[in-house]
Design a protein around this ligand. Sequence first.
Ligand code: NAD
Length: 488
Amino acid sequence: MSTTTASLPLDWTYAPAPEKADPNISERYDLFINGEFVPSSDAQYRRIIIPSRETFLCEVAEAGKPDIDRAVRAARSAYSKIWSKMPPRERGKYIFRIARLLQERAREMAVAESLNGGKPIRESRDTDIPLSVAHFFYYAGWADKLIYAFPGARARALGVCGQVIPWNFPLLMAAWKIAPALATGNTVVLKPAETTPVTALKLAEIIRDADLPPGVVNIVPGGRSTGQLLVEHPDVDKIAFTGSTAVGKWIMKALAGTRKKYTLELGGKAANIIFEDAAIDQAVEGIINAIFFNQGHVCCAGSRLLVQEGIADTVISKLKKRMETLILGDPLDKNTDVGAINSKEQLDKIERYLQVGQEEGAEMWQPTCPVPEKGFWCRPTLFTNVSQSHRITQEEIFGPVLSIQTFRTAEEAIEKANNTPYGLSGGVWTDKGAKIFKVTRQVKAGVMWANTFNKFDPSSPFGGYKESGMGREGGWHGLMPYVELESL
Ligand code: NAD
């Protein structure tokens, strides 16, 4: 018997392919302090929901002041009694162990990430989890080689690091923070985002199973006030923050005049620049990936498309055609391209921008894809007839919304690309190498991709200019913010 897809009716060519691995999520999670799970001092729990279904996922303890004090004390004691005295090679072994255990539980972690965050399983399976594992492996390798990272100097750990992360890449951001801190000999108190603590708490289980000495990593879920307590705690030596520019500015003010070091990884409004000589079909795929990956909840998302005038109509019509084929829906379906918006609050924010864009005179277009009745959803959206001063061009929306402008010359493209308060990332599409160098050198962004977008590797530094933050994570550069150098 032979069956070919060609003989099937059109709507049979797409069938749901749900991922069935068990995410192993407990009904309730406590705080992870000093190597064990402990209830919070005031027994407060936050309900965590599945954004694609608006149903209960689990409840998670909220850390208050006594809990942050307890976590920082545990981290301090682990630092001074154990971790700072341990030979670097031994520290490296623990980090390798975490990497391997995480890899073993990759499937389970991917499902948990998609359930909690709303992102398509294809992305958590192929990007979030493998990159998190790669970060632990990469920095495990550095632990006993710091002398080569900083020739002629001794790299001294800072002590206790307070780390605060956002909800868009929950496990990956935890890995970006914890791995370099441990490799350089620091101990950690990490606060996950309020809506997405699950994979960080599952990572806590892995850290416990890896027999990491108690107190070296502490994980304290909670909201804004928990983050503030950590930032302001007098016995923390360094703050590593990833999140919005507004909160980053508050942290800078809170830390001014203190001895604490800090790094800030903040928002972005990246320009994706397409020249007339680019491979257009490839560029269209690149535009889609740049803005609709993770529903646009990406700090470095290519949210501003700058397209050279002569090809603008062609690119826009190809883009619309491609957007019509995007599948929006169940994050656990392996065919899904666009998942759920992470929270009602974020959906409201995106919808406000859709309104603002239209009121400012831009033209909005969305594909006709069906939207599930329950859950938080936003169709992939593009705006044309957009000007440089529009709020949708200047402000970070953090959703699946693309604004499109045209340009005539490379100089004009560079000027427009640089004309926002941000400077995190950008892309350029052309078949001329010289043009790539000219543009990438002049766009003020921490990361520039050429003929691709959203490519990450633990060995590459990542970070911003201007209001996108300060300091670098990833690569050799990512060790620097966790050490003080003494000459030998
Ligand atoms: P957010 O700033 O609202 O929250 C980030 C984290 O900070 C959360 O854990 C939150 O609870 C905590 N927080 C909030 N107020 C605080 C305060 N006053 N003191 C201490 N902690 C506080 O950001 P978000 O909405 O969770 O995340 C989205 C933002 O993160 C976007 O702007 C995005 O661009 C940015 N981001 C940047 C990068 C990067 O590497 N540059 C990566 C991912 C996300």
